[in-house]
Design a protein around this ligand. Structure first.
Ligand code: AMP
Ligand code: GLY
Length: 419
């Protein structure tokens, strides 16, 4: 088989790495990919949002399956465009990807189908939003409706902060058109855990649980990022909670989408918070998380091509999924300044040395390969991942790997896995 993976980050590297282990695979392409991916796949200079380019390339090259990994091409209908040309594609169609690309849709769906989530209101008018905020309890959560690189959520501690957030999103356009409509919701307290699941629209198979670290600095300080590290499994996500979530959240969500005529096929990501009133949904994503994929896929023993085929053909119930019992940890090494301004183009050393340990994988998030060397090319640069018999083992190994790697102005959190 020839497979094309769309995207260019650490998540895509993890997907390509896992696909490359499949006996079904002859050749993998990645559009546009990155330096690390180019070692195991043929990178083609087509942007992830270039729907016509991806369709054209797939037809010309005779690609057997396209895996659409990032949120924006899914929301823009890349899967629909591929299917229209008879090309097999993994990922939800546009009408199902809306579960991530519109927070107001996701909230409406949960309310209609009784799926536990925070109380909320939707606003298209900033004056009405501010009126609503007057007599509320704080903190309160303000969310841009659309896609905002995982940064469109503001937790306001006071009325003044909440007004700033509303005005910033709706008038200041801090998240562009994503913030023209906003969701204001109740602040929930609890431990956050993420569960990704494969689904063919009828069957849901949850993957092993993950926790991430969204803030830039140790002890959850500093600005929000796309994610500075992950670990799997989560200690707080017990079998009992998993059973509750399957019954009250996972199946009801997939069934709700089916009822609405928006059959969801692909990976659905449940961002959960375990409150004193039980698990609730904070958000849905319509794809693998990044860097969640980097700890989940190394623990997957089952052939990923088999799973993707079963999802596309709507026979996921026929696949038996096996997981490695070991824990996995991914530490993101980032460019100094990320998530704000940062420089790129610095030489990276030590990757090969770090990878000498067979339980280590260095996933590339933002690198370029030139004349036999890797250079930094993004905010998140590497995701140094290790498997270990216990979480502590995995943490120790991952940081051993991190210590071997160097590039100018690099930074990383030192407390990944210690939540
Ligand atoms: P989201 O993109 O919706 O997952 O939000 C990003 C982060 O904001 C989450 O991971 C939480 O840490 C936080 N958050 C979102 N919604 C709430 C809420 N209702 N209560 C408390 N924290 C929240
Ligand atoms: N790491 C969170 C996400 O991929 O949305």
């Amino acid at each position: 088989m020839k497979i094309l993976v769309v995207g260019s980050g650490g998540r895509e590297h993890a997907i390509v790495w896992k696909l490359a282990q499949s006996p079904y695979v002859d050749e993998i392409f990645c559009a546009p990919g990155n330096g690390g991916i180019s070692a195991i796949a043929r990178c083609v200079p087509i942007k992830a949002m270039d729907i016509d380019g991806v369709v054209e390339f797939s037809k010309e090259t005779g690609v057997d399956m396209v895996v659409v990994a990032p949120d924006d091409p899914l929301a823009a209908g890349m899967v629909d465009a591929l299917e229209k040309e008879g090309i097999r594609a993994f990922g939800p169609r546009k009408d199902a990807a809306v579960i991530e690309s519109s927070k107001s849709f996701a909230k409406w769906l949960m309310k209609k189908y009784g799926i536990p989530t925070a109380e909320y209101q939707v606003f298209d008018d900033s004056g009405k939003a501010i009126e609503y905020l007057r007599n509320k309890e704080y903190p309160i959560v303000i969310k841009a409706d659309g896609l905002a690189l995982g940064k469109g959520v503001i937790i306001a501690k006071s009325f003044v902060e909440a007004c700033d957030a509303v005005n910033g999103m709706m008038q200041g356009k801090m998240f562009g058109s994503a913030g023209e409509r906003i969701v204001i919701e109740e602040f929930l307290e609890g431990t956050e855990v993420s569960v990704l699941a494969f689904t063919d629209g009828k069957t849901v198979v949850p993957m092993v649980s993950v926790q991430d670290h969204k803030r830039a600095y140790d002890n959850d300080e500093g600005p929000n990022t796309g994610g500075m590290g992950t670990f799997s499994p989560s200690k707080v996500y017990t079998d009992e909670i998993a059973r509750y979530c399957m019954k009250h959240i996972f199946m009801p969500t997939i069934n709700a989408m089916y009822e609405e005529g928006r059959i969801f096929k692909g990976v659905i990501y449940f961002g959960l918070i375990l409150t004193k009133d039980g698990p609730k949904v904070l958000e849905y994503n319509a794809r693998f998380g990044d860097p969640e994929a980097q700890v989940v896929l190394p623990r997957l023993k089952t052939d990923l091509v088999e799973i993707f085929n079963a999802v596309i053909d709507e026979r996921l119930e026929t696949v038996k999924m096996d997981w490695d019992d070991r824990a996995a940890v991914c530490v993101i090494m980032a460019s100094g300044g990320y998530p704000q301004e940062y420089r790129t183009g610095y030489l990276i050393s030590g990757i090969r040395e770090a990878e000498k340990d067979p339980d280590m994988i260095v996933f590339h998030a933002g690198t370029r390969f030139e004349n036999g060397e890797f250079y930094t090319a993004g905010g998140r640069v590497l995701g140094v991942t290790a498997l270990g018999d216990t979480l502590d083992d995995a943490i120790e190994k991952a940081y051993n790997g991190v210590e071997k790697i160097r590039f100018k102005d690099m930074y990383y959190r030192k407390d990944i896995g210690r939540k």
